[in-house]
Design a protein around this ligand. Sequence first.
Ligand code: HEC
Length: 397
Amino acid sequence: MEAYLLDWVSLLLRWTHVIVAMAWIGASFYFIWLDNSLQPPVRVEDAARGVGGELWAIHGGGIYHAQKYRLAPEVMPATLHWFKWEAYWTWMSGFSLLTLLYYVNAETYLIDPSVMALSKWQAIGIGVGALLAGITIYEGLCRSPLGRHETALAGVLGVMLIMAAWGLAHVFSGRGAFIHFGALLATIMAGNVANVIIPGQRALVRAIEEGRAPDPANAIRAKQRSVHNTYFTLPAIFTMISGHYAGLHGNRLAWIALVLIVVAGALIRVWFVQRHKGSASSVVLAVGLLALAAAAFLVAPHVAPQQNSRQVSFLQVQQVIVQRCVSCHADKPAQSGFAAAPKGVMFETREQIIRHAADIYRQSVSTRVMPLGNLTAMTDDERALIDAWFRAGAKGE
Ligand code: HEC
């Protein structure tokens, strides 16, 4: 019953998280496009009123006319819309999901004893600590003198992110490492909104209301952070969906693939932003796609040459699967915390095992992500047995 309720809580949280994240990223994409597509105002009166750029658009049956002020209108409007709750709700729902899926079930999803034999609280401590350390180091770097040199800052941040990918992959399960890397990016992004962008906007509005000249440093800082957010967007979204791809995060070199995909995501976003401005460089796109291809190549499964031609009977294989897999992969899982067979995959009958032979091989031999967290203590010899059975044609007798 408890597992069943938790399934519902996680489903509703996930739903919420995707919705608010779409609202956040959607608004962010829209404003970046808007900013990069503005044209000088046509009417001289508009320019005289302080309008720096304008744009006409049609959407949903209406024609819209957006104008951006170089600084601010003479009179502040009665209603000024702010965009911040999308970001805050995305972070809050995301952190709740991380807690529910990866911290409550740390033994299953976060800890991989073959990577590092952590206790539950050690793993949670490292996870939360990594997020806190990440945002602290990032803030420190941006606010240090280095923060005034865009390219140098980007270089240092890049190195830090590579170290984070490497470090996380050496303490957590593959999916635990990927999700923490994504949570780190998303925490930095939400932090940029809360700590820099919104306070900067408040200061701007206050200055205008008080008739003072706004501090340009605020605008420069906010711009820098929103540029970072733009390039973090695609990598962060990638890591959020990557948990479903065991062939990727279960690989020994997954952290390098992660770095390559982050580079690809950032470059693809660069290319889109360039396109808004009408000068997209195909080299940027090509390098991004190459990085993606390199990641795919890196984690491609390779079938090792047959080491032994041992004869394996179906019964031997079934015994291993019953002992190591069926506690979860059953119609009514015995494993606590599971209300139903994970992903509907069951190994209770001969037909089910044969039908899933390739999946069984992939999950427990070529990537070793199953049994999750090796909770059922599957041995190397048992994996070799499944290997031999699968190569000999996965027969049912
Ligand atoms: C502790 C519980 C547990 C055990 C034990 C376990 N699994 Fe799983 N298995 C899961 C969960 C949870 C998922 C869903 C993972 C996800 O959400 O990506 C899963 C998914 C799978 C899938 C589907 C993967 C996909 O992406 O379609 C296969 C195949 C699989 N497991 C095979 C095995 C095999 C083979 C064993 C035994 C060697 C095993 N599992 C042992 C929990 C378990």
